[in-house]
Design a protein around this ligand. Structure first.
Ligand code: GLC
Length: 590
């Protein structure tokens, strides 16, 4: 990191300057031919991560789990899912990463456990110590409720009308205990009762146990769902997700999070990123301010274009996307810090969602890489994004593996909203989570070089053209462009700490902004459209600038207007100083 301009914040954090790479272990690399990725497979690829130039890995859950939700249903927080390996494999991975100065961030899933977790087993038997570890309630007499639930005794319905995020009611009836338990996700994922201090103590102790093993941070799964409105009242029946006002950003969420940080996080060196669906900028200011998290994963920008629920996605408006991102940039500029992401294991692939996964696939993949690395915040790259992987075709329901997508298809058919899979196929192929989870495309060998066995989820048939081997051999590839972006960001404080200012907010084609730090300035101009565009550079924005990186051959300095080809991206910077790395240009025809 260059020291040419003192950063204005009083202290620097490694995680502000880092690029984080997200690994979905099931789909990354299979070392033993069982068709499922594993820890030894990730260890084989640490040199790959090093070559890409990432500074940290966020590893999705690798804990012992029945895998109803691919590991987000944990049976034992202190052991490894045996298909992925064992604790020794995990330790080897950590050591290999640390040898290369790559840090490791583990997934922390504590809103819920698996129903197979021993706490739930004790709890469903009503054993006193664990009786209140989960949210247990008696049912409601059916005649007093204006909703239906199929489960449980004939004359009862669930205790309230809340929806599960994975479809259907948020309650399941347990025969053994003779009561209902709350599950905001699948019924095999009962919600922990954070009102119970013993639950919180157990969570903090488990976190300290992992920190003692040398990890560098936690990504905190749906952490803003842990507090529920006392009494668990009915939600607004007209709402898209009934009950959300009682379980998203609930009344004690800040108490619990600040307690968690105080009890389990020794210092700011530990990266803590809270996944916070439904949180607005003001909520986030508190999460990263008084509560003490490093940053949050917010959802507003990935939700642009969704009308109502997750499954109905319209073309998004660039103006709306810019407005949303700018609000977060500005809202967390002075207090706090942003995470930056465009895809992950729950979202569609970036080029399919925001760019063009056909004619302009490479160009739009580079354009969105440019956005990711030049906004203020910590970029998170999801596996495969660095080669421009795309959404996949799913020809029948039997090709799906994701519990959420399968529930959606089944419910659509049961409720009569769809006659067959064909009627919902488009929605699944547009937003279903399996799109992001198809195996990593390493080469054009069988199964994309991911496994010698039968892959647990189909490989995207485009692997012969889109794969790591090919991308690394081609200097104009998305992969090399990501590497160069990483170098550029790593060498200029400006791109990490500089102030953000959105230009031309109403422009429907061009996403343009400046970053400013002391005398240094960056101008980023992105044509987010398949048509040529012209951008008028504001008077004070263009002086002294030189092209630092772009996805096409471009002029070295911006004039008063910039003419952009479809999906063209350019980053102009004030000239590099002695300690800065030389600037680069990357050209690419499509
Ligand atoms: C988060 C995870 C997702 C999981 C859910 C329940 O949203 O990212 O994959 O299904 O929480 O744990």
């Amino acid at each position: 990191m260059s020291e040419t301009v003192e950063r204005t914040r009083s202290d620097r954090q490694w995680w502000e300057e880092a690029v984080v790479y997200q690994i979905y272990p099931k789909s990354f690399f299979d070392s033993d031919g069982d068709g499922i990725g594993d820890l030894a497979g990730i260890t084989e690829k640490v040199d790959y991560l090093d070559a890409l130039g990432v500074d940290a890995v966020w590893l999705c859950p690798v804990y012992d789990s029945p895998q109803a939700d691919n590991g987000y249903d944990i049976r034992d927080y202190r052991s490894i899912f045996d298909t992925y390996g064992d604790m020794a494999d995990w330790e080897r991975l950590l050591a290999e990463l640390h040898d290369r100065n790559i840090r490791l961030v583990m997934d922390l899933v504590v809103n819920h456990t698996s129903a197979e977790h021993e706490w739930f087993q004790h709890s469903r038997r009503g054993e006193s110590e664990y009786a209140d570890y989960y949210h247990w309630r008696d049912g409601r007499p059916a005649e007093t409720a204006d909703y239906d639930t199929d489960d449980g005794p004939a004359d009862e319905v669930a205790p309230n009308n809340w929806d599960s995020i994975f479809g259907g009611p948020a309650w399941a009836y347990d025969e053994e205990r003779g009561q209902w338990y709350l599950h905001l996700f699948d019924e095999s994922q009962p919600d922990l009762n954070w009102e119970n201090e013993a639950v919180r103590e157990d969570v903090y102790e488990m976190m300290r146990w992992w920190l003692d093993r040398g990890i560098d941070g936690f990504r905190m799964d749906v952490i803003n769902l842990v507090s529920k409105t006392p009494g668990l009242p009915d939600g607004d029946p007209e709402s898209g997700l009934v009950g959300a006002e009682h379980f998203m950003n609930g009344p004690k969420v800040h108490d619990y999070l600040s307690e968690l940080v105080a009890e389990a996080i020794p210092d700011d060196e530990i990266l803590t990123v809270g996944e916070t669906p439904g949180a607005g900028v003001e909520d986030a200011q508190r999460f990263v301010g008084e509560d003490g998290l490093s940053m949050v994963f917010q959802f507003e920008h990935v939700n642009v274009g969704h009308e109502g629920d997750k499954w109905s996605l319209e073309d998004y408006s660039l103006v709306e996307l810019k407005e949303s991102l700018a609000r977060w940039q500005n809202g967390l500029a002075d207090e706090g810090w942003n995470s930056l992401y465009l895809s992950n294991h729950d979202q569609p692939r970036t080029v399919s969602r925001f760019g063009d996964d056909g004619r302009y696939r490479r160009r739009s993949a580079k354009l969105f890489g440019t956005l990711l690395y030049t906004l203020q915040g910590t970029p998170f790259v999801y596996q495969g994004q660095e080669i421009g992987m795309t959404n996949a075709p799913f020809e029948s329901k039997s090709e799906l593996r994701d519990v959420e997508s399968i529930n959606f298809v089944e419910e659509a058919i049961e409720s009569g909203a769809a006659e067959s899979y064909e009627d919902v196929r488009d929605a699944v192929e547009t937003v279903g989570r399996d799109n992001a989870r198809t195996p990593m495309q390493w080469s054009d060998d069988e199964n994309a070089g991911f496994t010698d066995g039968e892959p647990w989820l189909k490989v995207n048939p485009n692997y012969d053209a889109i794969n790591v081997e090919r991308a690394r051999a081609d200097p104009d590839s998305v992969w090399h462009y990501y590497r160069e972006l990483g170098d550029l960001r790593g060498n200029r404080d400006l791109l990490v700490y500089g102030d953000f200012e959105l230009l031309a907010p109403g422009d429907e084609q061009v996403f343009a902004y400046t970053r400013t730090l002391g005398d240094e300035r960056a101008l980023v101009v992105l044509n987010v459209s398949a048509e040529p565009a012209t951008f008028a550079v504001p008077d004070d924005a263009g002086d002294d600038l030189e092209l630092a990186i772009g996805n096409l051959n471009a002029l070295e300095t911006p004039g008063s207007t910039v003419e952009l080809d479809p999906y063209e991206a350019r980053v102009y910077l004030t000239p590099a100083t002695d300690t800065d790395r030389p600037t680069t240009t990357n050209s690419d025809s499509t």
